[in-house]
Ligand binder design. Sequence first.
Ligand SMILES: O=C(O)CCC(=O)C(=O)O
Ligand SMILES: [Fe+2]
Length: 312
Amino acid sequence: MCMTNNIPQGSIPIIDMSNWEDPKVAKSICDAASEWGFFQIVNHDVPVEVLKNVKDATYNFFRLPAEVKNKYSKEHSSSNNVRFGTSFTPQAEKALEWKDYLSLFYVSEEEAFALWPSVCRREQVLDYMKKSEVVIKQLLQVLMKGLNVDEIDEAKESLLMGSMRTNLNYYPKCPNPKLSVGVGRHSDVSTLTILLQDEIGGLFVRGNEGDDWIHVPPIKGSLVINVGDALQIMSNGRYRSVEHRVVANGSNNRISVPIFVNPRPTDMIGPLPELVANGEKPIYKQVLYSDYVKHFFRKAHDGKKTVEFAEL
Ligand SMILES: O=C(O)CCC(=O)C(=O)O
Ligand SMILES: [Fe+2]
């Protein structure tokens, strides 16, 4: 596919990754991360076959009878790292979100083979994660360069992408979509999120003027990338995590598969020392990442409020 890096009017940028090291492409990635917080990538290194397989894996899991899926619910799952659920934080929500999910926190291949449901073809989910890592590293390298952080050493790599969670999301057809939502307004708590969506559509992003919602159109073979709160905090606000939501759909089921690329739960996150050393005034404090995530999951989705937890 031949794409320019132009931003279509009223739409989030679409970036061709085939020459990702080209300074012009690198600039369009950094600009997209600071102006929009969201973009789509095409001609990336994740093979189409891998994307197809992970979608099949998702359908396979959600087609299972309720009693089989329930083996992975909070009450029954043998591990916190594998969790089937509905909505987001049901105990804190006034109305549930019209969504089921299977959340898979990656620890090791060995653990994934032991604990992840075999029916969802864990090899395929693992392959999607592994192949996406290449793209994640390219994006992080470019984004760090944009902050004048030229080297991503082992410690920095671990801070930026030391843990990963893949969710298989299923939004069943909703009898009265006007009365419900797929996912409420929120920003992600990740460093970056890599999202595969199917052809149905329904993801909306807060526009950079702040008062409009922009649809993220499904593009065959593309991946949607968004900045999460952790990167907003580490970049001292230069890259923005942006509110997004998913509408409920009255005619079709929809699936999506985000990979949340996160710091490790035990990491302290705050503005990167390189930025502060340059004389920049920090606008966030250092917080323990697991505390930040706990704060996010304790409440219902509430737009961009989570990040206030780290504000100075
Ligand atoms: O399904 C989507 O398109 C987005 C899902 C989402 O925002 C999330 O899981 O954080
Ligand atoms: Fe999200």
